[in-house]
Design a protein around this ligand. Sequence first.
Ligand code: PLP
Length: 412
Amino acid sequence: MNTVDQQHIWHPYAKVPNEINAHLVSSASGVYINLDNGQQVIDGMSSWWSAIHGYNHPNLNKAVVDQLGKMSHVMFGGLTHDPAIQLAQTLVELTPENLTKVFFTDSGSVAVEAALKMALQYWHNKSQINKHKFVTLRGGYHGDTFGAMSVCDPDNGMHHLFAGVLPKHYFVKSPSMVAMDEALDDLEATLNAHSDTIAAMILEPVVQGAGGMRIYNPQYLTKAKALCDKHQVLFILDEIATGFGRTGELFALEYVDVEPDILCLGKALTGGYMTLAATITTDEISQGVGTLMHGPTFMANPLACSVANASIELLLNSPWQDNIADIETVLNIELSSLRLHDKVVDVRILGAIGVVELTQEINVEKVQNQLIEHGVWLRPYGKLLYTMPPFSISKQELLLITKAIKTVIEEL
Ligand SMILES: *Cc1c(COP(=O)(O)O)cnc(C)c1O
C-alpha cells in the first residue's frame, strides 16, 4: 500500500482517503499487468475498453517515440500536422459514408459534449431555438461531465446527486430492458409529444456499457433512426466503448449499417495509449453548425494522433474478426452454463464482451483480491462481473479469466 496514494489521491468513483487500496503497478506488457509486489495479472478489462492490443506493443511504442522526436504537442488553433490529417482521413474512410467532418477532443466525455453542442447549435442556427432537449435510453452512460451526465441513466446512482442541477431530458425505455417494440413505442410517443423541443437522440449502439453492460437488438437502431428522421431529431451514436472491433463489427452501427448524424469515438481509438476522442459529423450538419466555439488545449495532440494511426493500422492488418469471434466462442462455452447458477441472474456475451449479472452486490475488494490470486484483473461493479479482454489474448489466458470468474462465483 502506498500511503501518499491512499491519503492524497482520488481514484475513479472513489473517496479520498481511498477505502479500497489501489494496487501499485510497475509495468505492463502484452495482456499482463505487473504489480509492484511481483504478482502478475491478466488484464480482463483492457483498461476500460481501451487497450485492445495489450500493453507495450512495439508498433505503438514506435509511433509514440517517432512522433516524440518531432514534437509532442502544438496548439491546434491555426496550426495543423500530419498525424491529425492522417487520422481524420482514416476515420472518414472507416465510418459511414455520410460522416466527413472530424472534431478531435481529449476525452470521451468531451467528445459527447461537442456532439451535444453541435446538435443544439445546428437547430439554433435554423431558428429552432426550442430544440434544446435530448432524448436518450435508460441504462445509458455517456461520461461524467455535465452535458454527458445529463444523458446518463438518471436512476442508476452514478450522478444521482446532481439531479437537481442537471438539465432535464427525455429518457425512454431501453430495448436492452424491454421488448424492442415496447421500446420503440415509448420513443415514438415521446417524439410525438415533444419533438419540437428535442435536438437529438443520443445512445450507445447495441451495447450499453458502464450504465449496466446490457446488449440489445441492432434492429432497434434502424427503427429509432427512422423515427428521429421523421420527427426532425438528430441521431447521435456514442461508440466510445463499442468502437474498433469490440462487439465483433468494427463499429457496432455496422450491424445494421445505420448512418448517424453524429458519431463519438474514444477509448480504443489510441489502443489505450493516450487520451483522445473524436466527434464526427456530416457536411450538412457541419455547415449548419458553422463556427463551433470549442477548442481543448490539447486538441488533436500529435502523440495521441500518431499512436491512434498506428493502433488502427495494427488492428486492420490483424485478423481481428477471427480473434474476436474466437474470444466470443470461448466466452460462450465457458460462461453460458452460469445462467443455471442460483447466484446468477443473467449472462450476456457479444464479441469480446462477457458479462455475468449476479443476484447480489459484489464485495469489490474481496472479489478483486480473489481474482488477483487467480492471476486475473477485473473490476466488478454493482452486481456485475465482466470481462472485455485485449483482442490479442490467447485461449489459455482467456480460460484463466473465465475460470477465475466461475471460481469467485462459487465462493460468493
Ligand atoms: C467511457 C465512455 C464515455 C466517456 O469517456 P471518457 O474518456 O471516460 O470521458 C462516454 N461514452 C461511453 C459510451 C463510454 O463508454
